[in-house]
Design a protein around this ligand. Structure first.
Ligand code: GLY
Length: 397
C-alpha cells in the first residue's frame, strides 16, 4: 500500500450500503477515506426488504456463494451491535426467522427439493405440515400445503442500515463528496482518483468501485477491466399493519407462486414489505400496474387478509447482478482499482462480510481467502458477454 501526501488513501465510488460499509471499515483501520456519491445512503437499499435469507434463498449451483452468505449471516448480530453503538441509531435487526410455504402440489415438490438441498448443504431447516404452518402464522391461507421453518434467516431494515452506516462513516472521519463521478482517473497505469461533475478531482492511492448496477458504466474504465454487472429490476410494496391487526405476521413468510417468488417481511414497527419482481429491463425503474398486481395477487393467495392493509409505497430498485449471481470483490487488472459490486439478491446480507474483506484488502493488499472465489478475475475473459456489452455504455455514476 502506498500512502499519498495529499488526497485520500481510498476513494470509494458509490455510497450505497456496500460503499459505506467499505468506507467505514477502512476508516476504522486508520485509512483516510473519501466517498463520492450525489446521494450517499441511497441506492438499492432504499427499496430492498432486508431479508437475511442465506438458507431460504439457497439456489442450485450457488453452493460457493452459500459459504459467503452464511459467513455474513453469522456476523450480523455483532455487526449491528457495533454499528448501532458507533452511529447511535437502530437498524431494526430482528431475529424472527422465516417460514417458506407451498400453496399447491408443485410448490410443495419444489420446497421438498429445496429442503433436501439445504440438508445436503448442512443447513438447518424443519419441514412442517400445512396445519403446523398455520399454527405458527394464523393469517396464512387455509390451503397452505406445507412449509419450511428456518429460524436462522432473520431481517434488518435496509433504510435504517444505510442511515446508520452513513452516520458511522461521518463519525469515523470519512469525507463525503456529494456529486456525480464523471470519470475514473488513471495515472501511470494506475487508478488515481476521479473527476467529479463539479470539476473537482479527488485523488487517492486506491479506488473502490461500489456503484451497484452502474459500476460497469463508469467512464474511464480501461478496456481490460471487466465489470460484468447488469441491473435486475425489483418492484417492492410497503404496507402498514394497523395496531388493531397486530401481530399480523410474526416472521418473514415467503412462497413460490406459479414460479414467482413472493415474500412478506413484517417489521416490529408495523411496516409490512412485500416483494419482489425480478425483471431484466435495463435501467428502467418504473413501477408498473402489472408488477403491483402480481405481487398483491400472489401475496393475497398466501395471506388473504393483506388486502385489508393500507398500501403506503410502491417502488422499484435495481439489483446489481453478475453473470454467476455472486459478488465481484477484489482487485482488477488496473492496479489500485478494486471492485465491491455485483451482490444481486444478497447486498444487505453480504454487507458485514464485504466491509471486512474490502478493509483487509485495502490495508494489507491481500484478499482474504473466503473472498478469493469472488475475485473479478473470474470474468477476465468474458469481454463479449451481454453483461459486459451493456456495461460499456458509459455515463457518470
Ligand atoms: N433477496 C430478495 C430479492 O432480491 O428480492
Amino acid at each position: 500500500m502506498r500512502i499519498s501526501a495529499d488526497g485520500s488513501d481510498v476513494l470509494v465510488v458509490g455510497g450505497g450500503i456496500i460503499g459505506l460499509v467499505t468506507a467505514w471499515r477502512a476508516a476504522q483501520r486508520g485509512l483516510r477515506v473519501t466517498v463520492a456519491d450525489p446521494d450517499p445512503g441511497g441506492g438499492a437499499a432504499q427499496v430492498a426488504a432486508g431479508m437475511l435469507a442465506a438458507v431460504t434463498e439457497l439456489h442450485y449451483g450457488e453452493q460457493m456463494l452459500l459459504g459467503l452468505n452464511v459467513a455474513s449471516a453469522e456476523r450480523y448480530p455483532d455487526f449491528v451491535a457495533e454499528l448501532e453503538e458507533a452511529s447511535g441509531q437502530e437498524t431494526a435487526f430482528r431475529t424472527c426467522g422465516t417460514l417458506s410455504v407451498a400453496l399447491d402440489a408443485d410448490d410443495r415438490a419444489h420446497l421438498r427439493e429445496l429442503h433436501a438441498l439445504q440438508q445436503r448443504s448442512g443447513l438447518t431447516s424443519q419441514w412442517l405440515s400445512g396445519r403446523e404452518c398455520r399454527r405458527l402464522e394464523p393469517m396464512l391461507a387455509p390451503g397452505v400445503r406445507g412449509g419450511l421453518r428456518v429460524d436462522g434467516d432473520h431481517q434488518v431494515d435496509p433504510r435504517r442500515l444505510a442511515s446508520a452506516l452513513l452516520t458511522a462513516c461521518e463519525r469515523a472521519g470519512v469525507v463525503f463528496r456529494r456529486d456525480r463521478v464523471q470519470r475514473l482517473t488513471v495515472t501511470g497505469g494506475r487508478a488515481a482518483g476521479a473527476v467529479l461533475a463539479d470539476g473537482q478531482r479527488p485523488a487517492a492511492d486506491q479506488v473502490v468501485l461500489a456503484a451497484g448496477s452502474l459500476s460497469g458504466r463508469l467512464p474511464g474504465l480501461p478496456e481490460e477491466v471487466a465489470v460484468p454487472v447488469r441491473p435486475v429490476k425489483g418492484q417492492v410494496l410497503r404496507l402498514v399493519v394497523p395496531s388493531a391487526y397486530a401481530p399480523f405476521l410474526s416472521r418473514t413468510v415467503r412462497a413460490v407462486v406459479r414460479g414467482s417468488h413472493v415474500y412478506l417481511v413484517p417489521r416490529a414497527d408495523g411496516e409490512l414489505v412485500v416483494g419482489a419482481t425480478s425483471e431484466e429491463m435495463g435501467w428502467d425503474t418504473t413501477v408498473t400496474a402489472g408488477g403491483v398486481y402480481e405481487l398483491l395477487r400472489d401475496a393475497h393467495e398466501l395471506v388473504p387478509g393483506i388486502t385489508e392493509l393500507p398500501l403506503t409505497e410502491t417502488r422499484a430498485g435495481l439489483r446489481p447482478a453478475s453473470p454467476d449471481n455472486a459478488p465481484l470483490l477484489g482487485p482488477t487488472a488496473l492496479p489500485g482499482l478494486h471492485l465491491a459490486t455485483g451482490h444481486h439478491r444478497n447486498g444487505v446480507l453480504l454487507t458485514p462480510v464485504t466491509g471486512e474483506v474490502m478493509a483487509t484488502l485495502l490495508t494489507t493488499g491481500e484478499l482474504p481467502a473466503m473472498a478469493r472465489p469472488f475475485s473479478p478475475n473470474r470474468f477476465a475473459t468474458t469481454g463479449d458477454s451481454p453483461a459486459s456489452a451493456s456495461a460499456h455504455e458509459e455515463q457518470p455514476v
